[in-house]
Design a protein around this ligand. Structure first.
Ligand SMILES: C[S@@+](CC[C@H](N)C(=O)[O-])C[C@H]1O[C@@H](n2cnc3c(N)ncnc32)[C@H](O)[C@@H]1O
Length: 504
């Protein structure tokens, strides 16, 4: 009997990757001078789409766009089709196929092609087919996204991959392999000399392994096929397929801790060549994984981000002004990060953006809202403001968008949460994706129950009654629960609304 495909044996956990959404891809393209397709009416293909979670998150927010997902696993594709039907995403279709076994031309043309978590984990001939699909199916101004394990960071990860495989290879089923892998990882972490560089590195790696879900550990870390690449090797492969690298889907990670002098030196040593510079940065920060963006080689992107491109884009921030600070103006990020600013124009723009959060505001509109002529300032001031906003973008305290997702700003009488978020709860996920593409953890079972009830048919009284029926408490506490529920529901509805989860 043929061996069952490993992803049919143990399906992969479902996640969304907002950095692979058309909004992010089009935004990064705009920053590098490429006018990519409008995310609200585009065609997107995802290779190795798993159970369709990522694709459906995109499809649900942009019903005018068309989405196609391909995956070899029958279990994944069947689940994807059921989910598409559940949320009513008629704009998404799924194909069960091996990406190396069909004629790319049969697929047609796409504005965006996304491959996440596949490229490093397939045999060489499949990798070649993936690149051929990009080469044949990407539209003239199309944007490609491929994620892959990267060297040199993967050398460190590889030590543990090999140790865990050595110990678990004899086992047949996924559960036994994962158990053996965890066993050896913990034993190693407990036994190494933590005072040596080797011991300290391994202990940190094991911490990450222990935190992983069984499915992720089995498919990502124990897979025999796992080929990381140096960035320059990946870029070379793109070139061979008529494709050109232009940016990462993430803002430049780690760049903020380098001094201007260090950055100048890196540019000089790499002869101001983008690929050599990026490779050098990977050596410095021990890059482990990359999500690279590229276009056709007939398109000529800018070498660096254009700060002026901000003028036609939208921004969001969660930075709040710290009112307790007295001398300069301090902002606080969602994780307590403190940012001190003494530039009045940037300070006012950030305050304007925060007032509208999570709605994305056109940068121009945030500027126009400033009526004080003392703040509006000169062209130099504007350039400084753009530069600060990019610094904040690089540390993920400001987001840049080119698309405003549809969600409501006020809690209605019969609130409705996005059907996609309700699907996630239905499928047992603790994390839901907002309409704006952020992943939010619903930490308590009560919150997940509330989310599943928010279908636009219940008012506060209906929600209270339905929640009371579903939450189990000892009989003596039932009355207290009923009394507390309306307030709990109201405050959480406001939070959900503030996060961009409500669509009605
Ligand atoms: C690690 S999972 C990643 C799933 C999803 N993209 C994610 O990142 O969550 C790899 C996926 O690729 C699929 N896959 C593996 N080899 C494939 C092939 N040759 N053709 C199509 N899909 C493949 C698997 O079934 C699985 O769903």
């Amino acid at each position: 009997m043929a061996e069952q495909f490993s992803y049919d044996q143990l399906p992969y956990p479902s996640y969304t990757f907002p950095k692979s959404f058309p909004d992010r891809l089009a935004t990064m393209a705009a920053l590098y001078g490429i006018e990519a397709a409008d995310p609200s009416s585009c065609r997107l293909l995802e290779l190795g789409c798993g159970d369709g979670t990522n694709l459906l998150a995109m499809a649900y927010t942009t019903l005018e766009s068309r989405f196609t997902g391909i995956d070899l696993s029958k279990v994944h594709i069947e689940k994807a089709r059921r989910s598409a039907e559940w949320i009513g995403a008629n704009n998404a279709s799924f194909l069960q196929a091996d990406v190396s076994e069909f004629d790319p031309k049969s697929l047609g043309e796409f504005d965006y092609i996304v491959t996440h978590g596949l490229f490093s984990w397939v045999p060489e001939h499949v990798r070649a087919s993936i690149l051929r699909i990009y080469s044949e199916c990407l539209a003239a101004k199309g944007i490609g996204y491929i994620s892959y394990n990267a060297f040199p960071g993967a050398h460190i990860r590889r030590m543990l991959w090999e140790m865990m495989r050595f110990h678990s290879d004899g086992e047949k089923g996924p559960a036994e392999r994962v158990k053996k892998a965890r066993e050896i990882a913990v034993l190693i972490a407990e036994s190494v000399d933590a005072d040596t560089p080797y011991g300290a590195v391994l202990q940190r790696e094991v911490e990450k392994i222990i935190a992983r879900e069984d499915q992720g550990l089995f498919h990502d870390d124990l897979e025999n096929l796992n080929q990381p690449f140096y960035f320059y090797e990946f870029v070379e492969r793109l070139k061979q397929n008529g494709l050109r690298y232009f940016a990462e889907a993430d803002p430049e990670p780690g760049i903020e801790r380098l001094s201007t002098k260090q950055i100048d030196r890196i540019n000089e040593v790499s002869d101001h060549d983008t690929v050599r510079r990026e490779q050098l940065l990977d050596f410095i920060r021990g890059q482990r994984f990359r999500c690279s963006l590229f276009c056709r080689d007939s398109v000529l992107p800018l070498d660096n981000v254009s700060h002026e491109a901000l003028d036609s884009l939208l921004l969001t921030t969660r930075l709040e002004q710290d009112v307790s600070s007295t001398d300069s103006v301090t902002f606080v990020g969602p994780n307590g990060q403190k940012i001190e600013l003494n530039h009045p124009l940037t300070i006012t723009v950030l305050k304007n953006l925060k007032n509208e959060w999570p709605r994305a505001v056109p940068f121009r509109q945030a500027l126009d809202a400033i009526s004080d002529p003392g703040i509006v300032g000169t062209d130099d001031d504007l350039a400084t403001c753009r530069r600060y906003l990019f610094d904040l973008f690089n540390v993920e305290l400001v987001e840049i968008h080119c698309f405003q997702a549809p969600f409501v700003r006020d809690v209605s009488a019969k609130p409705e949460v996005s059907r996609f978020a309700r699907l996630q709860v239905e499928l047992g996920s603790r994390v839901v994706t907002t309409m704006a593409g952020a992943n939010i953890e619903l930490s308590s079972p009560a919150l997940r129950v509330l989310t599943s009830l928010l279908d636009g048919r219940r008012d506060l009284q209906g929600l209270t009654e339905s929640m009371a029926e579903r939450i189990e408490v000892p009989e003596a506490e039932e009355l207290t629960l009923r009394e507390q529920l309306p307030q709990m529901i109201e405050s959480n509805l406001q939070k959900m609304c503030d996060l961009g989860l409500l669509i009605g």
